[in-house]
Design a protein around this ligand. Structure first.
Ligand SMILES: Nc1ncnc2c1ncn2[C@@H]1O[C@H](COP(=O)(O)OP(=O)(O)OP(=O)(O)O)[C@@H](O)[C@H]1O
Ligand SMILES: [Mg+2]
Length: 329
C-alpha cells in the first residue's frame, strides 16, 4: 500500500499526479502554449516555476489526501529541456526534505510506455510518437529495445515546425488534424523509410517549398503530410510486430492523440490479426500520473533514493530509453 506523488516538467507541461496501488487518484497539469512560434525553454521553465505550488495543492485536493500520507516523490529525471527539468528536480527535492520521504527518479519516455498497462496491454510493440521522440520499442531481456526511430526530428516537433510555417502556434498537431480532415486531395511527398528508421527533415523542407510556392492549400498539405508520415510510422511498427512475433500494438506520446493515426493503426492491426491499445489523451500527452504510476512500480521494486542522499541526484537531459536498466520487471 503506497501513495506516490509524481512530478512532470520535461518540456511544455508541468504536472503533479498521485497514484495509490496502481490507481490514478489525480492528474493535474498546466501546459505552456504560444500563439505563434515554438517553445522557448526558459519561458517554459518560468511557466512551471510560477504554477508548481498551485498544481501541487490542486492535485492533493483532487486525490483527497494530505501531503503527510505521501510515501515517495517520483519525478521526470530526463530526457528533456534542462531549464524545465531543473524546476521539477528542485521541487521534488524540496518536498522530499520537507516530508522526509524518498525520491524515485523516472525516465520520462519509459513512463509514456508503462502507463499503457492501464489499457491491459501485456507485451506490446510500442509506437511512441511525441514531440522530441519517435521510436518503435519492445521490451526484451531487461531493457526497452529500440527497433526503429527517427533519424532526425521527432514527429511532434516536425508537425509543430510545419505548423509554424503555416502560422499556427504551439502545439500545432491538433489544428493540423482539423485542417487535414477538410481535404481528400493527396499531394505526393517524399516517403523516407530506411530499414526500420524514418527521416522527416527532407519532408519538412519539401512541405515548406510547396507552401511557399502558394500552389497548394493548407488543408491539402496537412492531409498529405499526415497520410505520408503516418504510413511511414505504421510501416516500421508493422515490421517490428512481424519481426518480434508480438501481437499487440500500444500507442504512446502526444502525436498518438491524432485520430487519423489511430484509425490507420487500427486498419494495420486488423489486417494482421493484432490488437491495438491506446490510452486516453490525458495519458498520451505529457502528464504526471504516468510518472507517479511508473514511480510506484519502481518504489515497490526498492528503487528509491532516501531523503538524506538526494544531493546525489541530478537531471539527465539526454537519457535514452535503451540506457535504462529495467530492474522492476
Ligand atoms: N491530434 C494531434 N495530432 C498530431 N499531433 C498532436 C496531436 N495532439 C498533440 N500532438 C502533438 O504532440 C506533441 C506533444 O506530445 P507530448 O506531450 O507527448 O510530447 P513531448 O513531451 O513534447 O515530447 P517527449 O515525450 O518526446 O519529451 C506536440 O508536438 C503536439 O503537436
Ligand atoms: Mg512526453
Amino acid at each position: 500500500m503506497a501513495i506516490i506523488l509524481g512530478i512532470e516538467s520535461t518540456a511544455h507541461t508541468f504536472g503533479v499526479g498521485i497514484v495509490k496501488d496502481g490507481k490514478i487518484l489525480s492528474n493535474i497539469k498546466k501546459t505552456y502554449t504560444t500563439s505563434t512560434g515554438g517553445i522557448i525553454p526558459v519561458e517554459s521553465a518560468k511557466h512551471h516555476d510560477e504554477n508548481k505550488e498551485q498544481i501541487y495543492c490542486e492535485s492533493l485536493a483532487k486525490a483527497g489526501i494530505n501531503e503527510k500520507e505521501i510515501d515517495a516523490i517520483a519525478f521526470s529525471q530526463g530526457p528533456g529541456l534542462a531549464p524545465c527539468l531543473m524546476i521539477g528536480i528542485k521541487f521534488a527535492k524540496k518536498l522530499s526534505e520537507k516530508l522526509e520521504k524518498p525520491i524515485v527518479p523516472v525516465n520520462h519516455c519509459i513512463a509514456h510506455l508503462e502507463i499503457g498497462k492501464i489499457t491491459n496491454a501485456r507485451d506490446p510493440v510500442m509506437l511512441y510518437v511525441s514531440g522530441a521522440n519517435t521510436q518503435i520499442i519492445a521490451y526484451s531481456s531487461g531493457k526497452y529495445r529500440i527497433f526503429g526511430e527517427t533519424l532526425d526530428l521527432g514527429a511532434g516537433n516536425f508537425i509543430d515546425t510545419f505548423a509554424r510555417f503555416l502560422g499556427i502556434g504551439f502545439p500545432g498537431g491538433p489544428v493540423i488534424q482539423k485542417l487535414a480532415a477538410e481535404s481528400r486531395n493527396y499531394i505526393e511527398l517524399p516517403y523516407v523509410v530506411k530499414g526500420m528508421d524514418i527521416s522527416l527533415s527532407g519532408i519538412l523542407t519539401n512541405l515548406k517549398q510547396k507552401f511557399d510556392s502558394k500552389k497548394y492549400s493548407k488543408e491539402d498539405l496537412c492531409y498529405s503530410m499526415q497520410e505520408t508520415v503516418f504510413a511511414m510510422l505504421i510501416e516500421t511498427a508493422e515490421r517490428a510486430l512481424a519481426h518480434t512475433g508480438k501481437t499487440e500494438l500500444l500507442l504512446g506520446g502526444g502525436v498518438a492523440c491524432n485520430l487519423r493515426l489511430q484509425e490507420m493503426c487500427q486498419i494495420m492491426c486488423d489486417e494482421r490479426g493484432a490488437k491495438l491499445f491506446c490510452p486516453k489523451n490525458e495519458f498520451l500527452t505529457d502528464n504526471a500520473a504516468m510518472i507517479a504510476f511508473l514511480g510506484e512500480t519502481m518504489f515497490n521494486a526498492g528503487i528509491k533514493i532516501p531523503y538524506i542522499r538526494i544531493d546525489e541526484l541530478d537531471i539527465k537531459p539526454r537519457q535514452r530509453t535503451d540506457d535504462v536498466e529495467v530492474k522492476w520487471k
